[in-house]
Write a protein that binds this ligand. Structure first.
Ligand SMILES: Nc1ncnc2c1ncn2[C@@H]1O[C@H](COP(=O)(O)OP(=O)(O)OP(=O)(O)O)[C@@H](O)[C@H]1O
Ligand SMILES: [Mg+2]
Length: 267
């Protein structure tokens, strides 16, 4: 996997997601105050920072689930079209938003599986109903992805019959079955016991080794260290420090990052 040793990934046409100078407020509360985030193709970028620093908000803005008031977002070089300004700024082209969003799969802390569908049905649902793909072909893919995350034998059970780690792996298979250009994870291991957490970390490591483009919000510093090409430390809505994992974790420069890492598990 290519390693990025620069301070910040450069702009290039092969970036899947490129965010520049993003500002986002909820009413009077400014949550993102001018943030850049680039996910080059085949790279893993981790977002770390204390609770409330804006990590989830940034991820949701990247996926166009949240609106932002200023700054540019590009998907594979294509700029999002906006209309209006500031709090009145909105995406101008709903079809563009839908197309881009279907190319970015999210995995959340709370797996969000449909409880009334079997695991296989959960994985097949969006490719069939949203993308209109052929059911038999999707089923074949879904079974492959479930096997890939180690639960190929759980196709016909209900989500409630799985452990948390197995449910999260099913959620990852569901994200993969959309065959997205990038995977976005928001604390994928936070709801899990340490033992189950490791099952999910292994799957994420395998995906990173395959060269999948991923942005991962995590409190697991070891995983961020092990899987990332680039790590971004967000503090109160601004990037306080970023760099290659060995540098960022091994030789943090800002006092805030040093303090943050001193409260985390050592990597
Ligand atoms: N829908 C919302 N409406 C109003 N304020 C919000 C909303 N979502 C988030 N916020 C606020 O934005 C700030 C950033 O929240 P965000 O969820 O992005 O933080 P985070 O870094 O993901 O934190 P955590 O590690 O706890 O998940 C917080 O002050 C939060 O209260
Ligand atoms: Mg969050």
């Amino acid at each position: 996997m290519p390693r990025d040793n620069s301070e910040q990934p450069s702009t290039d046409a092969t970036s899947v997601i490129e965010i520049r100078d993003l500002h986002k407020s909820y009413g009077a509360l400014e949550v993102l105050k001018g943030v850049d985030l680039v996910a080059p193709r085949g790279h893993v970028v981790s977002l770390i920072g204390s609770s409330g620093s804006g990590k989830s908000t940034l991820l949701r803005c990247a996926n166009l689930l949240e609106e932002s008031q200023q700054g540019d977002i590009r998907f594979e070089g294509e700029p999002i079209k906006w209309k209006g300004h500031g709090l009145n700024r909105h995406p101008a082209d709903r079809a563009q938003v839908t197309r881009i969003r279907t190319n970015l799969s999210m995995v959340f802390q709370q797996f969000n599986l449909w409880s009334h569908m079997t695991i296989l049905q959960n994985v097949m649902e969006a490719p069939v109903t949203v993308l209109g793909r052929d059911k038999a072909e999707v089923e074949e893919k879904a079974r492959e992805y479930l096997a890939k995350v180690g639960i190929g034998d759980k196709c016909d059970v209900w989500p409630a019959q799985l452990s948390g780690g197995q449910q999260q792996r099913a959620a990852i298979a569901r994200a993969l079955c959309m065959e997205p250009k990038a995977l976005l994870f928001d604390e994928p291991t936070s709801a899990l016991d340490p033992e189950l957490e490791q099952e999910v970390v292994k799957v994420i490591k395998d995906l990173a080794a395959e060269g999948r483009t991923m942005i991962i919000v995590t409190h697991d510093m070891r995983m961020a260290h092990d899987v990332s090409d680039h790590v971004v430390f967000l503090h109160q809505g601004l990037i306080e420090e970023e760099g290659a994992p060995a540098e960022l974790f091994g030789n943090p420069k800002s006092e805030r990052l040093k303090q943050f890492l001193s409260h985390s598990q050592p990597v």
